[in-house]
Design a protein around this ligand. Structure first.
Ligand code: ATP
Length: 251
């Protein structure tokens, strides 16, 4: 079953075309990576799906339902986004309990304390974290809270915008493993923006490569890792990532 269907998506800001005929399909339970140079439009695709822009053209579907341009409650229950910077995305004067309970209140969901404790456990934090503030957490713990907040309404789809790039290298793998476990346990579908082909290799089944607002190539992660990319730009990305890893190993 196709869970995310982006069909002929176009978006411009004034005269500047940011997305030009973007097409991608993600099957239920799959993890799909979006890579490409800075400014190529990756985050903008996620923002259209998350309901943050209203002036796009094309068709967007989640779980077979066509998305309107306005964000409604039904979409929040179906799709949530996790941002790159967990500190910026958590209110500094709200406790973790308040952060996690807010969506439940908005959506009139019961058993607040039980749901908050259970989602914290799911992301590997014990219930004492409910009473802490974001500045009392490490970067990795903050990102766990951001993931918990995205999951508390039990969506089927997570849109992940560089979910580990603001984190210390030592905790990046922890968060990637957590995301992999959550997907497997709950059958979640991921669409993930990253600039890191290592992250793609670790977490994604398929990957689309964007350049100048369009997808230039879609391929399986296996093909990417086996050097089977066709498009010159994809090959360049793979080569530069390999030489970067080599330089790091030699340094
Ligand atoms: N609200 C906006 N108004 C005008 N231009 C915008 C707006 N949001 C994004 N853009 C432009 O759209 C283009 C695509 O941005 P986007 O953030 O999607 O790129 P990206 O591929 O995610 O890049 P990065 O990897 O650096 O995050 C950029 O040129 C950006 O300047």
């Amino acid at each position: 079953m196709t869970m995310i269907d982006v069909n002929a998506l176009h978006l411009a800001f004034g005269a500047v075309k940011v997305l030009n005929n973007v097409n991608l399909q993600v099957q239920a339970g799959q993890s799909f990576g979006l890579v490409g140079e800075s400014g190529s439009g990756k985050t903008t695709v996620l923002r259209c799906l998350a309901g943050q822009y209203m002036h796009w053209d094309g068709q967007l579907r989640i779980g077979g339902h066509a998305l309107g341009r306005k964000l409604d409650r039904a979409r929040c229950r179906e799709v949530q986004m996790v941002f790159q910077d967990p500190y910026g995305s958590l209110h500094p004067r709200h406790t973790i309990h308040t952060v996690l309970a807010e969506p439940l209140r908005i959506h009139g969901m019961d058993r607040e304390r039980e749901r908050v404790e259970s989602i914290l456990a799911k992301v590997g934090l014990n219930s004492s974290y409910r009473f802490r503030y974001p500045h009392q957490l490490s970067g990795g713990q903050r990102q766990r809270v951001a993931i918990a907040r995205a999951l508390i309404l039990e969506p089927r789809v997570l849109l992940l915008d560089e979910p580990t790039s603001a984190l210390d290298v030592s905790v990046q793998a922890e968060i990637l493993n957590l995301l992999a476990d959550l997907r497997e346990r709950d059958g979640l579908t991921y669409l993930m923006v990253t600039h890191d082909l290592g992250v793609v290799a670790h977490l994604c089944d398929q990957v689309a490569v964007m350049q100048h607002g369009s997808i230039v190539e879609t391929l399986t992660t296996e093909a990417l890792c086996n050097n089977a990319a066709q498009h010159a730009y994809t090959r360049m990305l793979v080569d530069s990532s390999r030489s970067y890893s080599r330089d790091m190993a030699e340094a």
